[in-house]
Design a protein around this ligand. Structure first.
Ligand code: 5GP
Ligand code: ZN
Length: 115
């Protein structure tokens, strides 16, 4: 657990969140400021600051994050209609929490390219 990391605190249960899925490696919870009818964040329990510090040993974990996002989308009824998954990295992409998280958004049409 990293000191002063918001998502480490959510993973540890020190800050409440609306949990949609958890296992021994991942936690998924609803975003506090949802940008779509479904807006969940899939995070590893392990603290990793951004995609910039991923290494080959994290490949399985990141694969689990992506497959879990798809499973949640399916469970909530959005697999066929479609959903958006996003990792923001550093300032130009708008990353504000430096513990990797996969945004899962669904329930409305998303434009491309993103703003
Ligand atoms: P980023 O901008 O780093 O890609 O995404 C961070 C996300 O975390 C934002 O969508 C923001 O709304 C969400 N967030 C920030 N603080 C909290 C919190 O305390 N609880 C929850 N559930 N989401 C949060
Ligand atoms: Zn953390």
């Amino acid at each position: 657990m990293a000191a002063d990391c918001l998502f480490c605190k959510i993973v540890a249960g020190e800050i409440p969140a609306s949990i949609v899925y958890q296992d021994d490696r991942l936690v998924a919870f609803n975003d506090i400021n949802p940008q779509a009818p479904l807006h969940a964040l899939v995070v590893p329990r392990q603290h990793i600051a951004s995609l910039n510090v991923l290494s080959v040993k994290d490949d399985e974990l990141v694969g689990e994050m992506v497959r879990r996002a798809a499973a949640i989308a399916r469970e909530k009824g959005y697999a066929d209609g479609g959903f958006r998954t996003v990792f923001n990295t550093n300032a130009d992409a708008g990353q504000t929490v430096f513990h990797i998280h996969l945004h899962l958004l669904a329930g409305r049409r998303f434009s491309w390219p993103p703003g």
